[in-house]
Design a protein around this ligand. Sequence first.
Ligand code: NAP
Length: 358
Amino acid sequence: MSRGTNGNRIGWPQPWLWAMERAVEAAAAHRPHPNPRVGAVVLSSSGRPVATGTHRAAGSPHAEIVALAGAGSDAVGGTLVVTLEPCAHHGRTAPCVDAIAAAGISRVVVGVVDPDPRVSGAGVAALAFAGIAVEVGVPGIDAEAVDPGYFHHRRTGRPRMTLKLAATLDGQTAAADGTSQWITGAAARADAHRLRADADAVMIGAGTLRLDDPSLDVRLPGYTGAQPRPVVIAGDRALPAAASVYRRHPLVYRLGRSGAEPVGLEVLGAADLPAVVKDLGARMLVDVLVEGGPTLARSMLAAGAVDRLVLYLAGRLAGGLGRPLFDGVFATLGDARDLHIDQAIAIGGDLRIVARPC
Ligand SMILES: NC(=O)c1ccc[n+]([C@@H]2O[C@H](COP(=O)([O-])OP(=O)(O)OC[C@H]3O[C@@H](n4cnc5c(N)ncnc54)[C@H](OP(=O)(O)O)[C@@H]3O)[C@@H](O)[C@H]2O)c1
């Protein structure tokens, strides 16, 4: 296979490229965390697309199995194009490589190797051992980008932590009286709900819980997917006796002194925020959205626990001091954190900036 240079596609059969693009689209449509988002397309021996599969939820059939079932006998001598390396181990379902071989597939085009230690090249090796030709990686298609949280989680054991903030254009996240709903317009708020829909958990601090009593659920028209689990970070002060998220099995961590806790609420102890993040990873939460106020935002940044920042800047000016994006003192320029700005776009009358700490 000629891969050309600079990631160009010289020598790559058009049906494979087309099929991988469709497979990526299929993968993106569902959030089966803690399992990966995966999409697959079966091409017949003549290169004709015959079936598409998606992994919809943990415990449900893998994308390859769905696509092979759809293809039936058309899979014989055909090509399976799949965004992620097929599994070779027994989990809740049987190994995909066995099903691929049994279906008579002669070639598999894999988007990216699975970093999960139970797979990690074993799927590619098993396919090759079965006499099936395997190609890994399609130039110009970043198959990891379909589920960055999954790759981050499997490589580090921690969830990808996305800090989401909203502020006026002059950087005020709440007014002096604590009011902050709603700083941005309807389009940016709908976009923020899509971030929630992509998250396995949404984290706030006890300050936001007390002041806003948020529900932290996805409220998009027609949304029927899973709701993210609420996570609350408490310090030394008492939590409210009642709050909307208490009904949604929140994970509540107390980082300070424990006292009397609300009746019926399980409160977990943790040493610090990195310990919380580690525990969330051990609970197989893959993508966590942090929607706290300036205290939690500051703590997360200081702890080096932010993997991605999504900042909504409203098309409005506060014109004075209320609450900053991050509490605390900016003592000297050397303390500033450098960011990679990945995206800056207008949403409605507001701006959205997506960035990563360097
Ligand atoms: N514009 C926005 O994007 C946005 C988003 C969320 C909230 N807000 C606004 O922010 C305001 C609330 O601000 P806030 O700073 O109080 O909210 P917060 O950051 O959500 O919560 C702060 C509380 O979280 C706990 N906490 C956070 N980090 C901790 C750490 N490292 N160790 C121990 N405890 C920790 C402490 O709880 P204890 O109190 O128990 O010590 C602390 O008082 C509200 O006006 C809300 O509307 C704005």
